[in-house]
Write a protein that binds this ligand. Structure first.
Ligand SMILES: Cc1cc2nc3c(=O)[nH]c(=O)nc-3n(C[C@H](O)[C@H](O)[C@H](O)COP(=O)(O)O)c2cc1C
Length: 290
């Protein structure tokens, strides 16, 4: 793959990586690190920004790799808008598990949609203000799920009222359990309302490759939702605690999927313009030595 890739000027590579870093990540940990090689870019998991207090190591790693998958997706969007097609190889070296992806960039004129996707990347944020009760049409949830499919991600729209009610109870159970254990949710959203649209990201597998699929799908569907004016708010507590994760799998997913993340989808009363974007680490601090 990378043999045919074009050499990317260093400044262009940094701009692409800076834009990729606008991706969402659990607690804004930005658990990624980049290596810029003459003809390729590498995405690494940074173990120093992977751990999270109060949750088990596997849940923390899953959150981190899903976040890296979203950054990988955003890198592809940024590169496309700047005239590069990213050719992605996931987990290219089995003996090197923190090397999550290697990308070759090939010169390609931007497709008509590329600019609009980049605009969405620059506007996207986690807007935790309460949604209006205006319902999200089931077709809109199905469309968002379909946007993630080309990345191999499985996204389940929760359209059944009984399943929705079960999920609300599970989310509440997770919040109560984490409060009992003294876990700090910070400014993270933890509630699910009966009028919220819901998507579940999951996979038959529970490994880094599956988490990367979910993360890329998350990036794709979030940008599409942003373009449609819909808000996306992840809820991770319910999949971080083994007990509620297990119940979610058994009671709502019919044991078909291992849940990776729950997403609330809804309409906000007023536009996103008043919401401040969260800051990011300078890209130079996220570069690994060659
Ligand atoms: C895997 C993952 C889990 C997340 N879990 C939650 C959550 O439980 N509650 C919440 O409010 N936000 C959650 N977020 C959103 C992050 O907090 C948010 O992306 C980060 O703070 C950066 O802010 P931004 O999305 O506005 O750029 C999650 C994001 C990811 C990628």
């Amino acid at each position: 793959m990378c043999q045919t890739a074009t050499a990317v000027p260093h400044r262009a590579a940094l701009r692409v990586l800076e834009l990729a870093g606008r991706a969402p990540s659990a607690h804004n940990a930005q658990p990624w690190a980049w290596r810029v090689r003459p003809r390729s870019l590498e995405l690494h998991l940074d173990p120093a920004r992977t751990a999270a207090s109060g949750i088990d190591a596997e849940a923390a790693e899953r959150n981190a790799v899903v976040s890296c998958g979203a950054a990988l997706h955003h890198l592809e969007v940024a590169a496309a808008a700047l005239g590069w097609e990213a050719r992605v190889l996931l987990l290219p070296e089995p003996g090197h598990p923190t090397l999550l992806a290697r990308l070759g960039l090939v010169r390609r004129p931007p497709a008509p949609e590329a600019g609009a996707r980049l605009d969405a990347l620059l506007q996207r944020c986690t807007d935790r203000r309460r949604f209006t009760a205006w319902p999200v049409e089931p077709a809109a949830l199905v469309d968002l799920a379909a946007v993630a499919a080309p990345y191999g991600a499985t996204v389940l729209p929760v359209l059944d009222a009984v399943d929705h009610a079960r999920l609300e109870r599970l989310v509440l159970r997770a919040v109560e359990a984490s409060a009992r254990s003294g876990l700090d949710d910070g400014d993270h959203a933890v509630e699910l309302w009966s009028s919220d649209g819901v998507l579940v990201l999951g996979d038959a597998d529970d490994d880094r490759r599956a988490w990367l699929r979910s993360g890329r799908g998350l990036g794709a569907l979030w940008l599409e939702a942003t373009r449609a004016g819909l808000s996306v708010v992840p809820l991770s507590r319910v999949v971080e605690l083994p007990e509620t994760r297990q119940a979610l799998r058994g009671e709502v997913l019919g044991r078909r999927l291992r849940p990776h993340l729950l997403l609330r989808i809804g309409w906000q009363a007023i536009g996103r313009s008043g919401v401040r974007l969260t800051s990011r680490l300078p890209v130079e601090e996220l570069l690994l030595d060659d």
